[in-house]
Design a protein around this ligand. Structure first.
Ligand SMILES: Cc1cc2nc3c(=O)[nH]c(=O)nc-3n(C[C@H](O)[C@H](O)[C@H](O)COP(=O)(O)OP(=O)(O)OC[C@H]3O[C@@H](n4cnc5c(N)ncnc54)[C@H](O)[C@@H]3O)c2cc1C
Length: 461
């Protein structure tokens, strides 16, 4: 517990109305999307960067632990106050879009801005901010930067890091730093902004973000391909991407995923198909879209596609996307506990990866539906545990996950394509990094946070 004199000192900084120790607040800020809970001792709502600086200066001096938090939608426990202390909640007062600079095509935002609010604001003036995590309606840009979030459009437009031009951040010592510039080119010095991206609140509190914007393409079209086997669909993905077209999105569902959505929603999906690929293309003219769709159809057909549908309007497009958008909650038909991972491999390894996951499922007699962002090699593997309250079943599920991680790493892939490490994947860091690499992470952590007050024990640090 934090002593009362510390609470009083922090009240002097932010005012009594912005610091809370009551149960309603400590419980409300005790969770994230992992559904694990750790109650903080207090929740503080900083009003501006200066507040963050003064809070961190005080906490650093008194060794009080701080966990920064955006919307708490993280899937790996990054925003959980697992070591107690204070939650620094940035979504309340620090959620302003500060500037949309049309001439340089740049937006400057506070960390608590919700992703979709930024997308809407820039689209209203004809610009485009592409990173679109499925949590876009509630996750914050500060959280997106700290996890390096990606979304459906990553196949063509990349992920959060591709749009961060500059950051302002507060170090645990309270010092305010600027990293990066509002310029397309900037090669002076170490890339500190690059180090802060995906640092999961372990190095500094990000207080302002300058983001690159691009022009908004005028139109898009959706298509779907049905495949007899998942292997053929995976071949089609990487051969299409290497074949002269870069779709905005290239998403897939395997047979188990299709069957789960169909049993829940009865939409007439092809239950016997091995896999479905759903793809979007965009551009500034219908000709441009048709050329891309022609190439995709040819590549799909060359790889065994049995049916190719092109949506004729937005409504038909939404219907083609229905299965993909509703797959995650549909998987409950296989069990009440889903161990969901977001492994990623080079695209050409996708067929091999899916085959290996099938082998793991058979070895442990588990159901492991897979779906996801195959355009960028990112596969959501869902190890379904029939009864999540049975420790034996859970243990088998975790064994399967460990094996899948090892397979992924051996293929040159990564433990996480978008959800980060947090607490959930910390035990697997030594599988993915050498001892010297892990030591370098620790050196970086110590350089930023010598007293280990900022989000300790996350990412295995
Ligand atoms: C239904 C659902 C769908 C999702 N889909 C996707 C998806 O498609 N792609 C994807 O990438 N992720 C996805 N996620 C995961 C999650 O939404 C992202 O990781 C998101 O970026 C987290 O943002 P947040 O504001 O909720 O951050 P939080 O969960 O609050 O925090 C995440 C991490 O960032 C740190 N942090 C937050 N703000 C700051 C700051 N200002 N300074 C320093 N550190 C900070 C926290 O300490 C924590 O470690 C999904 C989650 C859900 C629940």
């Amino acid at each position: 517990m934090i002593a009362q004199n510390h609470i009083e000192a922090l009240e002097q900084i932010v005012g009594k109305e912005n610091i809370f120790c009551d149960k309603a607040h400590t419980i409300a800020y005790s969770y994230d999307a992992t559904r694990t809970r750790y109650e903080p001792d207090a929740v503080i709502f900083p009003r501006h960067e200066e507040d963050i600086s003064r809070i961190l200066t005080y906490c650093n001096e008194h060794r009080i632990i701080i966990t920064p938090r955006g919307a708490g939608s993280g899937f790996t426990g990054g925003a959980l106050p697992a070591s107690g202390g204070i939650i620094l909640a940035l979504e309340k007062h620090m959620s302003q879009i500060l500037e949309i600079d049309m001439e340089n095509m740049v937006a400057v935002v506070q960390p608590g801005v919700i992703n979709m609010d930024l997308q809407r604001a820039v689209e209203a003036v004809g610009l485009f901010y592409p990173p679109d995590p499925a949590s876009e309606q509630y996750s914050t840009i500060g959280g997106n930067v700290s996890e390096n979030a990606g979304g459906m459009r990553a196949a063509k437009y990349g992920i959060t890091k591709d749009y961060v031009m500059a950051l302002r951040a507060v170090l645990p010592s309270g010092e305010i730093i600027r990293a990066g510039k509002r310029t397309i080119k900037d090669v002076a010095g170490y890339n500190i902004a690059g180090i802060l991206i995906a640092s999961e609140g372990t190095l500094a509190v990000i207080s302002e973000i300058t983001l690159k914007l691009i022009s908004k393409p005028k139109m898009k079209k959706t298509a779907m391909g049905i495949f007899p086997s998942v292997n053929q669909a995976m071949e089609a993905v990487y051969k299409t991407m290497a074949g002269g077209v870069t779709p905005v999105a290239m998403e897939f569902l395997d047979k188990l995923s299709i069957q789960a959505v169909e049993s829940k929603f009865n939409k007439g999906l092809p239950k016997e198909a091995g896999a479905i690929l759903v793809t979007d293309v965009d551009g500034n003219s219908l000709d441009e879209l048709d050329i891309q769709l022609d190439i995709i159809q040819t590549k799909f057909n060359e790889n065994g596609c049995s049916e190719f549908k092109i949506a004729q309007d937005e409504q038909e497009g939404a219907a083609l996307w229905f299965a993909r958008r509703n797959v995650s909650p549909s998987l409950v038909v296989y069990g009440n506990k889903k161990l969901n991972e977001d492994i990623t491999v080079p695209r050409s390894k996708l067929p091999e990866l899916l085959e290996a996951i099938d082998g793991v499922a058979r070895k442990y007699d588990l159901v492991i539906p897979c779906f996801g962002h195959t355009g960028d090699g990112n596969v959501h593997t869902n190890v379904m545990v029939k009864d999540g309250n049975d420790p034996k079943q859970l243990e088998i599920g975790h064994k399967a996950i460990e094996e899948i991680f090892q397979i992924t790493v051996d293929m040159g892939g990564t433990l996480s394509g978008e959800h980060g490490i947090g607490l959930a994947k910390a035990p697997f860091m030594s599988m993915a990094f050498t001892p010297s690499e892990l030591e370098l992470f620790k050196v970086i952590k110590k350089a930023f946070d010598p007293n280990n007050i900022l989000n300790p024990n996350k990412m295995g640090l």
